[in-house]
Design a protein around this ligand. Structure first.
Ligand SMILES: Cc1cc2nc3c(=O)[nH]c(=O)nc-3n(C[C@H](O)[C@H](O)[C@H](O)COP(=O)(O)OP(=O)(O)OC[C@H]3O[C@@H](n4cnc5c(N)ncnc54)[C@H](O)[C@@H]3O)c2cc1C
Length: 332
């Protein structure tokens, strides 16, 4: 398998810049590439995306492959899988990393199938085996109750990486890189879907997945009004509000705020978990948080098993006291 060389990052854009997940992937890709003494490539697929090549180089890429075609304006599975399959077959990277985003979740397994390899989803750690030089991806298993490290002998070795588990490098504007354009040559007949309309949902404040502080509420909050207190604390800490499934199902908060197996994955520096039990379907997607602080009236609640700090008590008493202390500290 000597012909497979280099570490490739699938780049995503957000608001005319590289998405934070892409700069994070470039940071961890750089380390892996240096360890393998190979190059780091970034791939940009889309329409009018050439303006992002400089940013990709500044964040660590040695080469940027660009597939720029009007047919790639919107993400569509058919066209993006075809474009990426073409790039990977031409470049033959040893490792291909994508974000654990809606695009990465869709692309990675489809590419793996087409390329006759495997994809490791939702990885939280990546290393190189010093002897075999194989990628060793680590991911949560059993609903986040354990972690497993895998090895795959097929190439390219594909992994999707959870947001916020790997820091980006400081951008270096003086870094030089090569830009290589690849023709998409997409046969329109191969694209079976049409985008009829786009509806964007505005999120007030910081996006949950990108927040360094998340205040999450559970069923024990009891109402939409209760969540206003969580919002106050989140705003003070420049963070975002999240929720377990019951508050979303009950319409207390929009379903965009759901954290868990069927919701968002978060890995903030601080997760304040209020009146939620810590069911495995929730924990699996917040276990990457650096510090979990739990407030629950039940001392046996599962959330205390993963929390660094815990307060046993009624949130209606604990949270206002906590919020007013935060206000006092911020004012001083
Ligand atoms: C296929 C599948 C997918 C799922 N996906 C998700 C998912 O993505 N995200 C998710 O969150 N769940 C998901 N669930 C649901 C999950 O199993 C749990 O039911 C859910 O996480 C429980 O939410 P909770 O902790 O808010 O509620 P509960 O388990 O009911 O816990 C409420 C907690 O609040 C505490 N409490 C109550 N009142 C107070 C008070 N006044 N002060 C302090 N503490 C108080 C209680 O002690 C209790 O611990 C999924 C389930 C399935 C089957």
């Amino acid at each position: 398998m000597a012909e497979y060389k280099g570490v490739m990052i699938y780049g995503e854009a957000a608001q005319g810049k590289l998405a934070p997940i892409t700069t994070e992937l470039l940071g961890c890709g750089r380390k892996l590439a240096d360890e393998l003494e190979q190059e780091l490539y970034s791939v940009l697929v889309g329409s009018n995306i050439s303006s992002l090549t400089g940013e990709a180089v500044a964040f660590g890429a040695d080469k940027v492959y660009v597939v720029d075609d009007p047919l790639l304006e919107d993400y569509r599975t058919d066209s993006y899988v075809l474009a990426m399959e073409r790039v990977v077959k031409q470049v033959m990277p040893q490792i291909l990393l994508l974000g654990q985003t809606s695009i990465g979740r869709d692309l990675a397994p489809r590419l793996a199938f087409r390329l006759g390899t495997a994809a490791f989803m939702d990885c939280i750690e990546l290393a190189i085996d010093p002897d075999s030089k194989l990628l060793l991806p680590t991911r949560p298993i059993y609903g986040g109750n354990a972690q497993a490290t895998f090895a795959c002998e097929f190439y390219p070795q594909i992994a999707t990486v959870r947001a916020k588990v790997m820091p980006p490098l400081e951008p270096d504007a003086s870094k030089q890189g090569e830009v290589i354009n690849i023709e998409a040559n997409l046969p329109p007949s191969a694209i079976r879907t049409k985008v009829l309309d786009k509806v964007s949902r505005e999120v007030e404040g910081i996006r949950l997945e990108e927040a360094w502080v998340v205040v999450g509420g559970g069923r024990g909050i009891g109402s939409a009004d209760g969540f206003k207190q969580l919002q106050e604390l989140a705003k003070l800490l420049k963070g975002a509000v999240g929720a377990t499934r019951p508050p979303c199902d009950n319409g207390w908060v929009p379903d965009l705020l759901q954290i868990g197996l069927t919701g968002k994955i978060i890995a903030p520096d601080l997760y304040i978990a209020v009146a939620l039990s810590g069911a495995s379907q929730h924990i699996t997607s917040c276990s990457g948080s650096k510090n979990i602080v739990a407030i629950n009236k039940d001392p046996e609640a599962n959330i205390f098993r993963v929390a660094r700090f815990g307060v046993v008590g009624d949130w209606k008493r604990v949270l206002p006291a906590f919020t007013s202390k935060v206000k006092e500290l911020l004012a001083s």
